[in-house]
Design a protein around this ligand. Structure first.
Ligand code: 3HC
Length: 311
């Protein structure tokens, strides 16, 4: 019987059909989706913190409103993804516990500090730009709830990327001091943005299997290259210099060759020793503990409503 269930599952994957929560799936397929989707959700929620830092200090009301909308979108993306993950049989509390205990990861990029307003431009342009490149293929991922969540997320990410690029454009068309701020932000966010795509394919634990299951539709290196090829010309338009002396367009391949990524830095950050890891996790733990009364009130209210309906 198991053989036929496996055969049905494999046939669905081969035919690009969606695997739905109630379908039979290999335990390892379930586990790796819980791993990736929950960590993706954690990334969205933790990703609100670096930007939240600048909402009260935005230089204009228009900038404040756009940043507020972006941070609010990220909260929604996180809740969307936690819901998609719950369909695989893990509870919301369990996922939060994994984040707070350090058992679960979230994107390395959010462990870097946001030092100036230009960082809001660099994050929107580079981090959300990288996130779009990574998430568009996920709209065709084999697990139904994940693919459907990504369609909505990608639409909102393109607004995030545009508002970031507009901030960079404004600064680069401004005073020398503003241009220097934009260049400083590019210098600090360029390499960590490349690391967002994960280890090289030959170092990646999951890529081969994730490609077989059509969880991933493109590999880490393919997406990283696509990001570089798309972003370098945008830096040229801004009049900014990408901080990589080995960067050069390769006419034979049609892609940019680029310098060595500091994988020691990457693993240090992933292991919890980045600039802001402790600060980010304690901010999340405080929000969880201080928000207990809100959750209790919401549950009490919901129970009262259902009592009323029963009467
Ligand atoms: N940060 C932290 N950990 C990372 C990482 C990163 N940038 N890249 C890889 N890792 C971890 C992996 O999670 C894995 O550890 P695990 O087994 O404990 O989960 C290990 O390093 C080996 O890496 P792999 O490449 O083998 O792992 P994956 O196949 O999971 O690939 C990934 C990593 C490309 C990030 C993939 O998980 C993925 O595409 N996730 C969905 C997208 C996502 O999470 N994006 C976060 C970007 S931020 C964001 O979207 C918010 C937006 O609003 C800006």
């Amino acid at each position: 019987k198991l053989k036929s269930m496996e055969a049905i599952f494999e046939a669905k994957i081969a035919n690009d059909e969606k695997i739905e929560p109630k379908d039979w799936m290999p335990e390892k397929y379930r586990k790796t989706h819980i791993r990736q989707i929950s960590q993706h959700a954690h990334s969205e929620i933790v990703g609100m913190l670096p930007e939240g830092n600048w909402i009260t200090r935005a230089p204009s009301l228009r900038r404040k409103v756009a940043l507020l909308a972006k941070v609010q979108d990220e909260a929604g993306h996180g809740l969307y993804l936690y819901s998609a993950c719950e369909t695989l049989g893990i509870s919301r509390e369990e996922m939060y516990d994994q984040l707070h205990s350090g058992k679960a990861k979230y994107s390395s990029i959010f462990n870097y500090p946001t030092l100036t307003w230009a960082d809001m431009g660099a994050i929107g342009w580079l981090v959300d730009g990288a996130a779009i490149i990574n998430q568009v293929p996920l709209c065709n991922t084999s697990f139904g709830p994940y693919a459907r969540a990504m369609v909505r997320v990608c639409k909102e990410e393109s607004f995030h990327q545009r508002q970031g690029y507009e901030i960079m454009m404004t600064l680069c068309n401004g005073t020398q001091e503003q241009k220097d701020m934009a260049q400083d932000a590019l210098n600090r966010w360029w390499w960590p943005s490349l690391m967002m795509f994960g280890p090289t394919d030959d170092e990646s634990t999951h890529t081969e299997q994730s490609m077989k299951w059509k969880l991933k539709r493109k590999t880490n290196d393919e997406l990283r290259q696509q990001f570089i090829d798309q972003t370098v010309p945008q830096a040229d338009i801004l009049g900014l210099t990408v901080p990589d002396l080995d960067l050069r367009f390769n006419n034979d391949t049609g892609h940019y060759d680029f310098g060595k990524i500091d994988w020691d830095e990457f693993w240090q950050v992933v292991k919890g020793h980045g600039r802001c890891n402790k600060e980010r996790i304690s901010a999340r733990k405080n929000a969880w503990d201080n928000g207990k009364w809100v959750r209790d009130a919401a549950v009490a209210y919901a129970e009262k409503q259902s009592d009323k309906e029963e009467v």
